[in-house]
Write a protein that binds this ligand. Structure first.
Ligand SMILES: [Zn+2]
Ligand SMILES: [Zn+2]
Length: 346
């Protein structure tokens, strides 16, 4: 049967299927699943990303979301490419193909076993991969496990996807990410991390700046040219304030290749890229965000501050203010000294 039907039968709730069940399972559903499968509750609970994300995301326990896990979009009608696949893995699975847990993670873009790039859409009709409405073989009454690896829109067998060999750089950044996410520590370029979530927090800020924010556009363009990447870039399609896990796989791949380059000589390559693309620290700063220590030094002390110039109107107001306050006429030069006195000496 369809996964949605199965979920309705198990949970006796047709809306249970709407959330991303692999991200968070409410305790009541864990209990039901345990009763119906005979599998220990603790074990079921630990299958979700919510309880197993400590190495890549610091949980606040205020929401059930887990950063870096790509939304499947079961909840919304909006197209989202939340599930990736490696055609070689699916072929090797034989009659019981399944989708790997780490294919759901935004910082993974290739298969480390087969050294091929992951795909996040049907190569024939570009429909996202998902089990929302799986297709059944025409002459069959029941679903078969292999229906899962057919495009739910055009029925294309995803195992026939032409696979593309991964570059050395993409392989390396995926290996770093995979090790950091499974071990909880590790090396990344010239940096050593005792706590991998600090690594992930930092590369998240970098991806947000370089790829997701319009403020990082010039640095993105600079790095794209420098690294010879041919990623099309359309600001209007990306949208504002998009999060890294909502980007499609090609965009994430490009962003991660840039990060791999930057990590080789952190922070020198980054500081240089910002200088050459005229990016100043105020473009990266945000009062609402925290930055892990290894990025903040580069972000805020090594990159130029934007110089602020006051306009004529502002200057005039300041002169008037001092004249009123000191009850005498004063020159602009004196005002400069006074401003300095009031702003910095006290
Ligand atoms: Zn594979
Ligand atoms: Zn298709």
């Amino acid at each position: 049967m369809k996964p949605s039907q199965l979920s309705t039968l198990i949970f006796e709730d047709q809306y249970a299927w709407k959330g991303d069940l692999d991200v968070f399972l409410p305790p009541s559903r864990v209990t039901i699943l345990s009763q119906k499968t005979g599998i220990d509750e603790e074990r079921i609970k630990n299958l979700t990303f919510y309880t197993s994300c400590n190495y890549f995301y610091h949980q606040t326990n205020r929401t059930t979301q887990v950063k870096w896990v790509m939304p499947l979009g079961v909840r919304t009608r909006k197209k989202s490419f939340g599930l990736q696949y490696c055609p070689c893995c699916l072929i090797e699975d034989g009659n019981q193909p399944y989708f790997r847990k780490n294919w759901r993670l935004g910082f993974i873009t290739c298969c480390l076993f087969h050294s091929v790039q992951l795909h996040d859409k049907c190569p024939k009709c570009y429909h996202p991969i998902g089990f929302k409405k799986p297709k059944k073989s025409d002459n069959k009454i029941l679903y078969h496990p292999v229906n899962m690896v057919h495009c739910s829109k055009c029925d294309f067998d995803l195992r026939h996807t032409k696979y593309k060999q991964v570059s050395k750089e993409e392989y390396e950044i995926n290996r770093i990410n995979f090790l950091q996410a499974t071990l909880g520590y590790g090396q990344a370029g010239n940096l050593e991390f005792n706590y991998s979530n600090l690594y992930f927090e930092g590369i998240r800020r970098l991806l947000s700046f370089l790829v997701c924010s319009p403020k990082g556009e010039s640095t993105f363009m600079f790095l794209r040219a420098e690294l010879g990447l041919y990623q099309p870039y359309h600001r209007e399609i990306l949208g504002h304030n998009i999060e890294p896990e909502r980007l499609d796989v090609r965009m994430r791949r490009t962003g991660l290749l840039m990060i791999y380059h930057l990590l080789q000589d952190w922070p020198e390559n980054f500081v240089e890229a910002c200088h050459k693309s005229n990016a100043t620290s105020h473009l990266i700063k945000s009062p609402y965000l925290e930055f892990p220590f290894w990025t903040s030094n580069a972000f805020f002390f090594r990159i130029r501050e934007k110089k602020y110039y006051s306009c004529e109107g502002e200057k005039k107001n300041i002169v008037e203010y001092f004249e009123k306050r000191l009850k005498k006429t004063i020159s602009l030069k004196q005002v400069t000294r006074l401003v300095h006195y009031y702003f910095f000496k006290r």
